[in-house]
Design a protein around this ligand. Structure first.
Ligand SMILES: N[C@@H](CCC(=O)N[C@@H](CS)C(=O)NCC(=O)O)C(=O)O
Length: 208
């Protein structure tokens, strides 16, 4: 299969980390990473718009030519096709917990962090309409959410409980993506969050 992606973007990284956790290579499944550079606007070229009419990444192409968009749809397909280890939860309750936490990580971290970048960073100047004031409101929101998450992680090892799941992947990709907008954890303030971050960062998949 082929994964059309940009090495610097958080959503394709969610899929790369997910694939690394599933150890697809060790199962004999080959995945070609095909770079579509957002910087060069290759994602807006007709060739990519055929794969994704909105010009977004990632897109997974299977060996039979079928294509799949949306990082979580791609991860769910991988999870059902290669169930071990289960990264979306192993039973009904776990699956609901993972869904809850993955939605939190997407809506409370990844989305606002992406909005800070899109609305305040010079990278997007002249590419999209920016609303810097909105970006700054999102920055304040993220600061609140980090405090909340730090409190939550005082009660469980990983986001959704005792096991590493896709929710941890979404959260770590969101936080790392925040660095481009000067968003950083303070280990003295966010102690639980930093403990979790170091744990997730130590996994081999983190480098994917
Ligand atoms: N919900 C989508 C989001 C896809 C998305 O926004 N991808 C970004 C990269 S992280 C992108 O392609 N941006 C290019 C652009 O906005 O022009 C997913 O999870 O796949």
């Amino acid at each position: 299969m082929r994964l059309f992606q940009d090495p610097h973007a958080p959503n394709p990284r969610r899929v790369r980390i997910f694939m690394a956790e599933k150890q697809l290579g060790a199962r004999g499944v080959s995945v070609d990473l095909v770079e579509v550079s957002i910087n060069d606007q290759a994602n807006r070229a007709p060739e990519h718009l055929e794969r994704h009419p909105l010009g977004l990444l990632p897109v997974l192409e299977l060996d039979d030519g079928r294509t799949l968009r949306e990082s979580m749809a791609i991860c769910r397909w991988i999870d059902e096709t290669y169930p071990d280890p289960p990264l979306f939860g192993a039973d009904a309750w776990e699956r609901a917990q993972v869904e809850q936490w993955n939605r939190h990580a997407e809506l409370e971290l990844l989305f606002p962090i992406a909005q800070i970048f899109r609305n305040t960073h010079p990278f997007w100047e002249g590419r999209i309409k920016q609303a810097p004031a909105f970006g700054e409101i999102m920055r304040e929101l993220v600061a609140e959410r980090l405090a909340w998450l730090d409190h939550e992680l005082g009660h469980h090892e990983f986001l959704a409980g005792d096991h590493y799941t896709v929710a941890d992947i979404t959260a770590v990709c969101a936080l790392d993506f925040g660095k481009v907008s000067k968003l950083r954890l303070d280990p003295d303030v966010h102690r639980n969050l930093d403990r979790w971050y170091q744990q997730v960062k130590a996994r081999p998949s983190y480098k994917a």
